[in-house]
Design a protein around this ligand. Structure first.
Ligand SMILES: *Cc1c(COP(=O)(O)O)cnc(C)c1O
Length: 376
C-alpha cells in the first residue's frame, strides 16, 4: 500500500477479503491445510516462482501469504514473514548477523530478548552494548564501523520509557549507513506506531499479544522495509523453518480484523484504570504512557502484592499481555526473572512493580476488582 491510501482500520477490517486466492471468491480467506502443491509438468517445476506459485508450505502457503501481505501493508514494509512465536521473529532477525557483529540494545526490553541476546553473546560471539534509551549523544558514541543493528522497544517493558524512533534512525544511519534500526512494536501495534514510517528498517511483533489478541495462540512476525532485507530474511525463513502454519495464519488474519477496535478499547480502559490506581493509597506510582493497554504500577510492600494476587476475582494472575482478558504479572518473578537482580533494580524492576494488561472488560469492573483486592 502506498502511504495512507486507505485508513488502517479499513485495511484491518478488510484483511484478506480481496485477493485471497479462492476460486469461489470467498470473503474469509480459506485455510489451505496442505504441506505441498502439485506441479503440472517438468516445465512448471523448472519455471517455478515462489512469489506467485506454491510448491512446499515451509517456503510459502496461500493463507500465510495473505497474512504476510496484510502485515507488510499495515507497517508500510516491502514484505513480512509470519513465524511461530515472537521469539522466532527475533531469532529470524538475528539470522542476519554473525560472530563479531556489534548490536546496540535499549536497556529495558522483554526478558526473553535479553536471555536470547546473552545466549548469542556466549555461543556465537555477537557483541552487545546497552543504551539507556534517553541520552541520544551517548547512543552516537556507541556506534562503530562494526555496528550492525540497534534494537529498541518503545514504550519499554515494563517501565514504559518512550524512545524517539525517528531520532534514533537519523542518528544511527548518519553514523553508519549499514546499521539496521530494529523495533519490537508489540506494545503499541501499527494502530498507534509504525516504526518503518519513522525511519526504522525492521519491525518485529510477538503476535501472541495484541495482533492475535485473544490469549489463545503463539505467533510472531518480522516486517522489512526494503526488498533487499526481505530477500535475505526470506532465505533464512525457509532455511531455518521458523514458519507459521496455515491454521494459525488464518487465526491471526481473522484476529487482525478487530485490531483497531480492540486497541481503542484497550486504551480507554487503561486510561480509566490508570486514573483509578493513582487514587489508591497503596499505589506508590503509576507508569502509563497515555496510549495502549499496558500499565505498570508500584505497590508499597510485598504484603500488598501478596494480598492483591490472592483476592483478585476478575483479573487473572498470568503471564502474557494484549488479550481480551485482563492479566496481572509480577515482572521480577515472571517476564524478567532471568535478569540479574542488580540489573533489574537499576531499571526500577523491583519486587513491588506489577504490570497490568488491561483487557476489554468493563473498566469499572476492573477498577473495582483492583480496589477490593487491595483492601483497606
Ligand atoms: C511476549 C513478547 C515477546 C516474545 O514473544 P513470544 O510470542 O512469547 O515468543 C517479545 N517481545 C515482547 C515485547 C513481548 O511482549
Amino acid at each position: 500500500m502506498s502511504d495512507k491510501l486507505i485508513d488502517i482500520d479499513t485495511l484491518l477490517a478488510q484483511a484478506g477479503n480481496r485477493d485471497n486466492h479462492d476460486q469461489y471468491h470467498s470473503v474469509s480467506t480459506p485455510i489451505y491445510l496442505t504441506s505441498n502443491f502439485r506441479h503440472r509438468d517438468l516445465e512448471d517445476a523448472e519455471t517455478f516462482d515462489p512469489h506467485k506459485q506454491y510448491s512446499y508450505s515451509r517456503l510459502s502457503t496461500p493463507t500465510r501469504s495473505v497474512l504476510q501481505k496484510t502485515l507488510a501493508d499495515l507497517e508500510g514494509g516491502a514484505n513480512a514473514f509470519a513465524v511461530s512465536s515472537g521469539m522466532a521473529a527475533i531469532q529470524l532477525v538475528f539470522s542476519l548477523f554473525k560472530s563479531g557483529d556489534e548490536i546496540i540494545t535499549s536497556d529495558d526490553l522483554y526478558g526473553g530478548s535479553f536471555r536470547y541476546f546473552d545466549y548469542l553473546a556466549d555461543h556465537y560471539g555477537v557483541k552487545f552494548s546497552k543504551w539507556n534509551g534517553k541520552d541520544y549523544e551517548k547512543l552516537s558514541d556507541l556506534v562503530t564501523a562494526k555496528t550492525k543493528a540497534v534494537w529498541l522497544e518503545t514504550p519499554s517493558n515494563p517501565t514504559m520509557k518512550i524512545i524517539d524512533i525517528q531520532k534514533v534512525a537519523d542518528l544511527i544511519h548518519a553514523a553508519n549507513q549499514n546499521a539496521l534500526v530494529c523495533v519490537d512494536n508489540t506494545f503499541l501495534t501499527p494502530v498507534y506506531q509504525q516504526p518503518l514510517r519513522e525511519g526504522a528498517d525492521i519491525v518485529v511483533h510477538s503476535a501472541t499479544k495484541y495482533l492475535s489478541g485473544h490469549n489463545d495462540m503463539l505467533a510472531g512476525c518480522v516486517i522489512a522495509k526494503s526488498e533487499e532485507i526481505a530477500s535475505e530474511l526470506e532465505f533464512n525463513f525457509n532455511t531455518t523453518g521458523v514458519t507459521l502454519d496455515p491454521f494459525d495464519s488464518w487465526l491471526l488474519l481473522r484476529s487482525l480484523k478487530t485490531l483497531a477496535v480492540r486497541m481503542e478499547r484497550h486504551t480507554s480502559n487503561a486510561k480509566y484504570v490508570a486514573a483509578c490506581l493513582k487514587k489508591l493509597p497503596q499505589v506508590q506510582k503509576v507508569l502509563y504512557p497515555g496510549v495502549g493497554g499496558m500499565i505498570s504500577f508500584y505497590l508499597q510492600n510485598m504484603d500488598q502484592v501478596d494480598r492483591l494476587f490472592k483476592h483478585l476475582k476478575i483479573i487473572s494472575f498470568a503471564e502474557s499481555l494484549g488479550g481480551v482478558e485482563s492479566l496481572l504479572t509480577i515482572p521480577s518473578l515472571q517476564t524478567h526473572s532471568d535478569m540479574a537482580k542488580e540489573d533489574r533494580l537499576k531499571l526500577g524492576i523491583t519486587d513491588e512493580l506489577l504490570r497490568l494488561s488491561t483487557g476489554l472488560e468493563n473498566p469499572k469492573d476492573l477498577a473495582n476488582d483492583l480496589t477490593q483486592a487491595l483492601g483497606d
